[in-house]
Design a protein around this ligand. Structure first.
Ligand code: ADP
Length: 248
């Protein structure tokens, strides 16, 4: 829709080092990246290239050693743990490879959870609307164990969208799904960007999944190593192969 402008998330010269001395590891090395509102970005790179660390820092789950992260214009650097928790709860959505639903709650109770945790009213119509949007309006009373993997991930997506987050982060969200159900989840991610102007940032190792994004950012050794815009799966796979065989 593009009715909002600017950056949903921006990283400015973000470094993250683990440990110290000889055993120190630089997981992110002065990464600067912006994720404009209303766009879908995939992040790819060999194992150990810093993808998870990037996602964690961008989402306020981890703090950079240096540099700054802004979410919707709010600089996370100086925020207390409490403020950071509130920001994550209200302005950031997550979907993971393992769907992380609470097994004892129904689909609609799982979707309502972020609002309950925030002490907010839970408008039933809103919960139904979000479940309808992911095609699960008829399954609102089902528990995760009564749903397929693809359906569970769609519940997780509805749960991530209920707060109308500034940005939705996905960590291999289709990693546990077969091609067809994974494709359904990717089409839904595409739709929340195209129809609602939301921002999606997804880590994936799958070139087909990445081809649903507007652009693919490649990481190697904690640094941005180029990007591709509007590329198909074959072009993305070719670039990944080059990165893995000739990283420099
Ligand atoms: P990716 O997601 O691309 O596989 P990660 O972000 O998990 O990469 O890791 C980047 C680098 O940082 C790797 O060398 C990894 O071993 C290291 N690393 C990640 N988390 C930690 C941690 N908690 N302690 C020490 N090293 C870590």
């Amino acid at each position: 829709m593009g009715q909002t402008h600017g950056e949903a998330v921006a990283l400015r010269s973000v470094s993250r080092r683990y440990g110290s001395g000889e055993s120190a590891v630089t997981a992110l090395d002065a990464v600067s990246l912006a994720f404009p509102r209303g766009t879908f970005t995939a992040v790819m790179g060999p194992s150990g290239s810093g993808k998870s660390t990037l996602l964690q820092c961008a989402a306020g789950l981890d703090r950079p050693t240096s540099g700054s992260v802004t979410v919707g214009g709010t600089d996370l650097t100086g925020l207390s743990e409490r403020r950071l928790t509130l920001l994550r709860r209200e302005r950031v959505g997550f979907v993971f490879q393992a769907f992380n639903l609470l097994p004892s709650l129904t689909a609609e109770q799982n979707v309502a959870l972020p609002l309950r945790l925030a002490g907010r009213r839970v408008p039933r119509a809103r919960v139904r609307e979000v479940l309808d949007r992911v095609g699960l309006g008829e399954r609102a009373r089902h528990r995760p164990g009564e749903l397929s993997g693809g359906q569970q991930q769609r519940v997780a997506l509805a749960r991530a969208l209920i707060t109308r987050p500034e940005v939705l982060f996905g960590d291999e969200p289709t990693g546990a799904l077969d091609t067809r159900t994974g494709g359904e989840v990717l089409a839904l991610l595409r739709a929340v960007v195209d129809r609602e102007g939301r921002t999606v940032v997804m880590v994936t190792h799958d070139p087909v999944a990445a081809s649903h994004a507007d652009r693919v950012v490649f990481l190697t050794d904690g640094r941005v190593h180029g990007e591709l815009a509007g590329a198909d799966a074959a072009a993305i796979a070719a670039r990944m192969t080059r990165l893995e065989t000739h990283p420099c």
